[in-house]
Design a protein around this ligand. Structure first.
Ligand code: NAD
Length: 432
């Protein structure tokens, strides 16, 4: 609702975007009701034998938002702030984004409330396997296909896939995506989210007649998705002037090179300590240290949000001075802040389009696993580019034609596809 402040509840905030879409594209009442809540939300507890012999029990969830277009699909997050509300919201966004890029999936998401940095590698493996044992009954290649998200990676997916195979008494590689390539993972999956975000940015920049070398970027969050985006954007000629992580931020008007930053980070060097150029720590000359959230207020061409949800909200949206925003994270801008940016005519390339590279290549992994094929990385990347450019063009052209934001255009594209399918399936589904 215009003018209203942020909702207290993340899911209410996310769902509030549906009303505008329902009205604009005349969604039937049955479909509206169906889309307002998830199909299934499962809470589990995951017991883990710790290395010291004690037992700890971690709460976890798996939510399947909607399965009209296909099986549920979505990542698993390990984070101390995970809650059922967060997992439900993330599953809702997955449902929208799969439909925006025309994948035969509904949305799903999973999570465990845990700080994985406090677990040993063996404890993490026991937790990963325990979580899969807890949700195995609702999983499977035709029901619900998990993948990585924050703090889960190909190694974790490998353990999870192995556990599912044990339970199924056979090989079911299409049950989980984001696996290591040696276990049936797709080549190109690790970089896919960042690569996809760059395709969306490139397409938009070309329409705006903006050259990469004349475009500055500030990137919030320097994790998996952001690093690959930054590496590829740097190769394309974009100038990355600032990056941040949960501890702090660094800035250089001359531009930062992502690879040395990542090298230092993997050697346990803190990002905001990389500013001092001595023998042990040096990533570039003229690097300044910033407070973490100062990055959000930098005067850059593009602010790239690649950390977590709710980063730009009613209290800090006024500080954003970037010319445009690219959302790699899920839900980094609240609906209120989004309205403020729209009113100020700051274009936002929305999450439900810009971060779909990961789920698109997860879909390619599922297709390869089901057909027994192995595609070369170049083929995966070419298919990703083709799909994303086609679907992004539809969104950007719709936004221009209907004179609406890119987010509204993307939501209309996605919700239209789901709502049409709900209608076409007939009235009997769910009413018997
Ligand atoms: P990650 O855990 O690898 O990276 C997250 C990064 O954000 C870390 O560097 C962390 O230090 C940083 N961070 C956390 N809080 C911050 C803050 N307040 N300010 C600045 N930095 C902060 O996770 P990821 O896989 O790169 O995912 C990042 C986001 O992208 C999430 O919202 C995720 O849901 C979304 N996403 C990821 C993928 C994927 O394939 N990895 C796909 C789609 C969407």
């Amino acid at each position: 609702m215009p003018g209203q402040k942020d909702h207290a509840n993340l899911f209410d905030d996310a769902r509030s975007r549906l009303e505008e879409v329902f009205e604009a594209i005349h969604v039937h009442g049955d479909a509206r009701e169906r889309l307002k809540q998830p199909n299934l939300a499962m809470q589990v507890s995951v017991p883990v034998r710790m290395d010291d012999g004690s037992l700890r029990v971690f709460p976890g969830w798996r939510v399947q938002y909607n399965n009209t277009l296909g099986p549920a699909k979505g990542g698993i997050r390990f984070h101390p702030d995970v809650s059922q509300e967060e997992v439900t919201t993330l599953s809702f966004w997955m449902a929208v984004k799969c439909a925006v890029v025309d994948l035969p999936y509904g949305g799903g998401k999973g999570g465990v409330k845990v700080d994985p940095k406090r677990l040993s590698k063996l404890e993490l493996e026991r937790l990963s396997r325990g979580y899969i044992r807890a949700i195995a009954d609702i999983m499977g290649p035709d029901r619900d296909i998990p993948a990585p998200d924050v703090n889960t990676n190909p190694m974790v997916m490998g353990w999870m896939a192995d556990e599912f195979d044990h339970l199924a008494r056979g090989k079911v590689p299409a049950a989980i995506t984001g696996k290591p390539p040696a276990l049936g993972g797709s080549l190109g999956r690790v970089a896919a989210t960042g690569r996809g975000a760059l395709h969306v940015l490139d397409l938009w920049a070309a329409r705006e007649e903006r050259k990469p070398e004349e475009t500055t970027l500030a990137i919030q969050g320097f994790g998996n998705a952001a690093y690959h985006f930054a590496r590829l954007a740097h190769e394309r000629g974009y100038r990355i002037v600032a990056v941040s992580d949960s501890q702090g931020a660094i800035y250089s008007r001359d531009g930062l090179a992502p690879d040395p930053i990542m090298e230092q980070k993997t050697q346990h060097q803190r990002l905001h300590e990389m500013v001092y150029c001595d023998d042990s720590v040096c990533i570039a000359e003229n690097v300044e240290k910033l407070e973490r959230d100062e990055l959000l207020g930098l005067e850059v061409d593009i602010l790239v949000l690649a950390a977590l949800e709710n980063q730009v909200h009613e209290h800090n949206v006024g500080q954003v001075k970037a010319g445009a925003v690219l959302e790699i994270a899920n839900g980094p801008v609240t609906s209120y802040a989004d309205e403020q940016l729209e009113a100020r005519r700051v274009p936002v390339l929305p999450d439900v389009l810009a971060n779909t590279g990961g789920v698109i290549v997860s879909y390619y992994e599922w297709v390869q696993n089901r057909s027994g094929e192995r595609w070369a990385e170049a083929e995966v990347n070419a298919r990703l580019a083709e799909r994303l450019e086609y679907q992004s063009r539809l969104v950007l052209e719709r936004a221009e034609r209907e004179e609406i934001s890119y987010r509204k255009a993307a939501y209309r594209q996605g919700i239209e596809r789901i709502a049409d399918a709900i209608q076409l399936r007939g009235n009997c589904q769910g009413s018997e």
